[in-house]
Ligand binder design. Sequence first.
Ligand code: FEO
Ligand code: CA
Ligand code: CA
Length: 611
Amino acid sequence: MKELTNSLDDKRSNPTKSKTFAEIVRVARSRRDVVKGGLASAAAFLGGGLIKGQSDVVLPNRAGLTDFRPVTRNQAANRLIRVSADYRYQVIIPWGEPITPGGPAFTYPSNAEDQANQIGVGHDGLWYFPDRDARDAVNRRGLLAINHEFGTNGHVIGKGTPESLEDVRLSQNAHGVSIVGILRENGVWKVYDACSARRIHANTPTSFSGPAAGSPLLDTSNGNNPRGTINNCGCGPTPWGTYLTCEENIQGYFGASTGDNWVANPHQERIGFTSGGFGYGWHLFDKRFDLADDGYQNEENRFGWVVEIDPYDANHVPVKRTALGRFKHENAAIAIGKDRRVACYMGDDQVFEYVYKFVGDDDYIKYLNDGESPLDHGTLYVARFNEEFTGEWLALDADSEALSRFSSQAEVAVYTREAADLLNPTPMDRPEWLTVAPDGSVFCALTNNTDREEPNAANPEAPNNDGHIIRIYDGDMHVGTTFSWEIFQLASSKADTEEAYSDPDSIYCDPDGRLFIGTDGGQELNMDNQLLVADVVTGDVKRLLAGVPGCEITGTTMTPDRRTMFINVQHPGNGSLANTNFPASNGFENPGVPRDATVVIYRRNGGIVGS
Ligand code: FEO
Ligand code: CA
Ligand code: CA
C-alpha cells in the first residue's frame, strides 16, 4: 500500500520516544558485527543449538532447492510481468470481475450494487482453501479468499471526492474481502459458481469476540450494529480451516465533518486519526465514518482488528477477535506450539511500532471441541529485542502492575498500542508480514524506516531505506516469554548484485524452507517490485517474478501440492494507464484504468513452485 499510505506509515504516531531501544542501550557493536553475529546464531541453530526446545525439524538438502533460472534485474522493454524462464503464468480475477460466472460484468466506473458482487480492488493477502467437495481435485478446485486493501477515489469512483452516498457505497463495496471459487480446466484457471462465493465489505455485518466483546468501548451512542471490515492488508490461514484478514490503515477512512475544529483524543491520536483521513470522504455522506458525529462515537474502535472468516460458509458472520489486540495489523501467522496451544505472530505496520504475539491458554483442539475459538482465550504479548540476540515477550495483562492505569482487559485490547507503550518494547522499522518456517523459527519483514536516526541491534540501519528481515527463535515451542533472534538479511546487503531487492513486505515460508519475499517500495536500479525466493539456510536469493511498473507484490498462497502459486499484484501503474495497461495484455479488457489482479504461476516441468 505504498503510494497512498506510505507517507502515513512513515509518520510516527508513537510518542514514546523515550522508550526507543537505542536511547536505553547504546549500540555496542557495528552493523557488520550484528550481521556476523546473526550468521553465527544461524550456525548454532543448524547445529541443533536452538534455545528452549524448538522443533528438531531438519531442513532437506539445499541442493536444487531453487534451481530455476532467475529473472534478471534489468527491466524488460515491454514492461510486462516477467517470470523465470522455467515458469509460466496466467492472470485471473482482476478487480471488477464478477465473483460468480454470469455476475455483473465490469464497467468503469462500476456502481455500488454491481461492485458488491464483483472482485474488490487493492488485491493483498490471499489464501487458497481446497473445495471440500473436490475429493481428488483439491489442487484443481478451491476457494480463494482475497483481501482488498485500498483503492483511491480517483481510481475506483472516477472522481477525487464522493458526490453522493452512492459514490461512497461504491468505494466501500470495493474494499474488504472476496471469497471466489476457482478451478483449473485444460490447464487454465477460471472462476466457477462456488456456493460460498461472497463479498464482505465495509457494510457487511460483523461481530466481536474476546475480551472487548460487549465492552462500552465498542458501543456507539445510537446503538448501531457492528458492520464492515476495511483496509484488509495481510492475512493468515488457521489450522481449523478459516481465514484471518487483518485491518491495517483504518484511520484513513474516517474524517470529521467539522474539519479543522475537530481535535483527536489521545486514543485517536495514537492510531493517527485526522479530520481528513486519506481523503476518501466517506464521512461526508455516511455518518458512521464521521468522527465529529456524537451518534457514532467509538465507531473507530470497531476497526483495527484481526477478523476471522469461514470461507466455506457464505452466511458466516465475520468475527473480530479482540484478544489479538487493536493496531495497524499487517498479517497473522499462526503456529501450533507446546501442548497444542496456538501462537499467533503479528506486526503493527508503522514506523517505530511493535511486533506482537498471542498465545492461547489451552489446547486449541479442546477449544474447538467445546465450540469455542482458540483465539479468544490467551495472552497478548509485545516484543522487546535485546542486544546479544535475546528478547522477551511482555504480557499485556490488565491485572499487572505496569498496566494498572487500564481498568480492564477490554481496554487493553482496544488501546493495545498505549498499553504496549508502558512495557518498553522495541519500536521497529515497520513490521510487515511474519511467517513461521518449518523449523519453528519465525521470520518478520521490516520494510523500511527512513525516520530512524539511531540504530539498535534489531534495527541496525539508520536511516533504514531498504528494510531487513529478522528471524526469531521463539522459546518453549512458541508459548514462552523469551526468544533469541538474528538478522536474517539486510536488504541493502544485496544491493549491486543480481539478488538486489529492497522493502520486503509480504513473506511466506514453505515447508522446505523457501522464503518467498514480495516487495513494496522503490527497488534498486528502478526495478519494478518483485517476488524473490530466499533459502532460509544459506540466505541465497533468486528473483522468481518481476511485476509491472507501479505495482506492489502482495500476498502469496499455493495449492496443497505446491505446484500452483497465486500471488497478488496491487495498484499496477499506481492507477495510471500511462504506466501500464496490466492486465490488458493478459486477456482482460482494459476499461480505462489498470486493474489489480491475481497471478497464477507454475513450473513448466510441473515441479514445486520455488524449485
Ligand atoms: Fe498493507 Fe503494511 O502493508
Ligand atoms: Ca503489506
Ligand atoms: Ca508495504
